[in-house]
Design a protein around this ligand. Sequence first.
Ligand SMILES: [Zn+2]
Length: 268
Amino acid sequence: MLPDPQFQETAKSFVRVNLHYNGLGGSIIDWTMKAGSAKDHPSVLGFVLDPEGKTLGISKGDASTYEPRGFTQWLASFQNTSFPLIDPSAFTLLKKEAASVASRKKLGATLATLREKAGGEGDEAAEAKQLLEKVLPYAEWKWSQAEEAKETDPVASYERFSEIAKELQGDELGDRADEIVKALKKDKAFKDELAAHKIFAKIEAAATKLKKCNVSKPLDVASCDACRVANRGALAGMAKGLAKIVKKHDGTVTAGKAATLRDALNLK
Ligand SMILES: [Zn+2]
């Protein structure tokens, strides 16, 4: 499978440590149990720890954990929830705005109000500045994620800008995101990209359903003849879809991905 760009982006915020299993009586199971796992047998697990080593979360130890989307979303949830850690009761003048920041509801309207009030003077402006320091880095982080994906994954970028347009509606950032989304919807090259992406998503879904030729062997449709025979119909469908993307949507980012996948799976 191809690496998930959202995972690569999200993973930048974390320091990755791999623990290699060293047997049933080994130190790893011992560590995972102490860190909060309920299993005393080996399974694929992901942990998020704070700098002190305290467990903040454990991914579910089933096979779906390593499906990039699910794992990415799980990992990203730590990033997203790390932003609104404010105590709304500490704000006496801007109670409504503080509640909005804490709950992440109506964030766009709040952001616009905070920008305006922070420009003033006195206690209210001080509270506004304090709240802005919480919201702005988050809003800017979201923006930079959308911006960075523009070239490498235009569809992901579009989805992120759509999210910003919704979440920050009423603020200048939300308005700008909305303009970008509207312009993309009319853009010929982007429409081409989106069409290619839709076909590619189906092929990726089909790829997760390929069957091994033998339970004790790894799936290898690229070079194992038995695997190719076992998946003949699915592979033919995938090859057709990939060829269509490469030919009809030439020049798109997805066409590049399709060509790479076609080579990786030896589908010509
Ligand atoms: Zn095989």
